[in-house]
Design a protein around this ligand. Structure first.
Ligand code: ATR
Length: 292
């Protein structure tokens, strides 16, 4: 009998889809791990526009993909389309990781995990320290902020202050994530600056009009023992992080969130839990620098 070796050791195909998707660094990360673990696998960029996305996802079980990542602008649509979403993605109403299990399309959200794991990695003890102290201030109220607020609440932060240009969006999230959350506009007063952790989740750097923290204001009012985290990683050191460093604060960049959010998906698809190493981080930084 001639054995069909593809059925014994098939190449597992995985993907990241979004619109646009050409700048995604996820292929660098997953293909590095595939190679590192000697796996038969591939991780591809798949551009899908909003009108193609639904058909692509709902027929995934019939394709040779075992799963993949979903990014902007499809995370909310993916949540609606999966057969089964876990508790976390249901709370966030957004899915960034999908996989097929016994013909069923499953969805999860690993953004909050990536956020927490990055701080655990770069700033050990950050939550115990911050919780004992004065809570957290989240700048922005978009999709990324949602996962981060959930993560902060799960680690016991109190208060979690959400500051956003459009205050109604901050109010919606504060209502959703419970009484420890409080919504404010962009006026940061003494109560809002008396926190031990600040996370910038806004898409722009810190120079945009209406931004709650104007770097030219020199972070006046914030204590020197602040932990400053920016989820923007292009540039790696944002003006906000640079200023925080200059003031002797702890500054944590956003690249680790991207690296760590990839871990649970890879484990689902390939059955190996990969590690976020300095070598991998350096590889992605090298790629980011090439494109600047
Ligand atoms: P994501 O899913 O990446 O978080 P998003 O949902 O578009 O993206 O959210 C972007 C966030 O950046 C929002 O909080 C947005 O504020 P608004 O809700 O008021 O739009 C914030 N943001 C974008 N540009 C901004 C700017 N120039 N000044 C202040 N905030 C800005």
């Amino acid at each position: 009998m001639v054995e069909d070796i593809t059925s014994i050791n098939p190449t597992k195909r995985t993907f990241v889809t979004g619109w646009p998707i050409s700048h995604s660094r996820s292929p660098i990360i997953h293909n590095y791990w595939i190679k590192q673990h000697g796996l038969e696998g591939a991780y591809e960029r798949l551009p899908k526009n909003p009108s193609e996305f639904g058909a692509f996802l709902t027929t995934l079980a019939d394709s040779d993909f075992v799963g993949g990542n979903v990014t902007i602008p499809h995370k909310e649509a993916a949540f609606q389309l999966v057969d089964q979403s876990d508790e976390l993605s249901s709370k966030l109403e957004a899915v960034n990781t999908v996989w097929i299990e016994e013909g069923i399309l499953h969805g999860s959200n690993t953004d909050g995990y990536g956020f927490l794991a990055n701080l655990d990695d770069r700033c050990p003890g950050w939550d115990a320290y911050a919780r004992k102290k004065r809570g957290a201030l989240v700048l922005g109220a978009g999709g990324a902020a949602r996962a981060i607020i959930y993560g902060l609440v799960s680690r016991g932060f109190d208060p979690v202050i959400i500051s956003n240009r459009t205050v109604e969006r901050a109010e919606t999230l504060a209502t959703k994530f419970g009484p420890v959350c409080r919504a404010v506009g962009t006026n940061i007063g003494p109560q809002e600056s008396d926190v031990s952790l600040v996370i910038n989740t806004t898409s722009l750097g810190m120079s945009g009009e209406g931004n709650p923290l104007d770097v030219s204001g020199g972070l006046t009012g914030f204590k020197d023992d602040l932990i400053m985290n920016d989820i923007v990683y292009t540039p790696l050191i944002t003006p906000l992080l640079r200023l925080a460093k200059e003031k002797g604060m702890v500054a944590v960049d956003g690249l680790g969130m991207l690296l760590h959010q990839a871990v649970p998906g890879f484990e689902k698809w390939f059955g190996v839990r990969p590690k976020v190493s300095e070598e991998l981080r350096a590889l992605v930084i090298e790629n980011l620098e090439k494109e600047i």
